[in-house]
Design a protein around this ligand. Structure first.
Ligand code: ADP
Ligand code: MG
Length: 209
């Protein structure tokens, strides 16, 4: 279970952004909606332990982000949280396969090429395994981002505007692949977006003002 209580975050020189309390059970899939500037990315980074809140607290299972060192939180994130960032974060000098092997290594998992190929197969980019990410189309790069987020079978998958740069066909496919990938590992999936094409695909929705 993912739980946030009384969360707020203040960028220096700005008024604090306050977030509604939020609870997600294992396997839940949530869409977090809100206009640009409403704090979606900030909330995602708080829930992923990439930012520390000014006030309040986040727990994932019995793991409390506030009570541990930054180094242990980094390790915990590598093992338990997959993040699809708005901009591609793959290492451009490595192939798709090498990027995923690196993700396994950073997550403390054993290196498993077969598992990676099965995942790339499912995401319809197996034929791109030996390509450098910047040679791929936007839709293919988003599939690589999903592969990196799910390969370690995380408990929590966070996706920041995963479809906003994609055309309708790729948007629908990426949305379905994210949902299926989360289901396959029984992870909590949180997608933040201002892309209204996604609203009908998620029953559970949180609106930021
Ligand atoms: P969203 O993802 O919904 O567009 P963000 O979480 O990126 O919203 O931003 C929320 C608010 O915080 C906005 O007003 C934005 O300008 C501000 N903000 C975001 N990042 C920074 C930063 N690094 N420094 C100062 N203000 C920021
Ligand atoms: Mg954002």
């Amino acid at each position: 279970m993912l739980k946030s209580i009384n969360l707020s975050f203040q960028y220096s020189g700005s008024t604090p952004i306050r977030f509604p309390d939020f609870t997600a059970e294992q396997g839940d899939q949530w869409l977090i909606l809100g206009p640009s500037g409403s704090g979606k990315t900030t909330l995602l980074h708080l829930l992923g332990g990439l930012l520390s809140p000014t006030e309040g607290n986040v727990t994932l299972g019995d793991f409390n982000y506030a009570t541990i060192s930054a180094a242990r939180l980094d390790k915990f994130r590598g093992e338990n949280i997959g993040i699809v960032f708005q901009k591609a974060h793959a290492v451009q000098s490595l192939s798709v396969m090498e990027n995923l092997l690196l993700t396994q290594q950073l997550g403390g998992k054993s290196l498993d090429k077969k598992k990676i190929m099965d995942l790339l197969e499912r995401l319809q980019i197996a034929h791109k395994a030996n390509q450098k990410p910047n040679r791929l189309s936007a839709g293919e790069q988003q599939r690589v981002a999903i592969a990196r987020a799910v390969v370690n079978q995380p408990r929590l998958i966070l996706a920041d505007e995963p479809t906003s740069a994609l055309d309708d066909k790729n948007s629908t496919e990426v949305q379905n692949l994210l949902k299926e990938s989360a289901e396959a590992v029984k992870a909590i999936l949180l997608v933040v977006t201002h892309d209204n094409r996604l609203t009908s695909a998620f029953h559970k929705q949180l609106l930021l003002k």
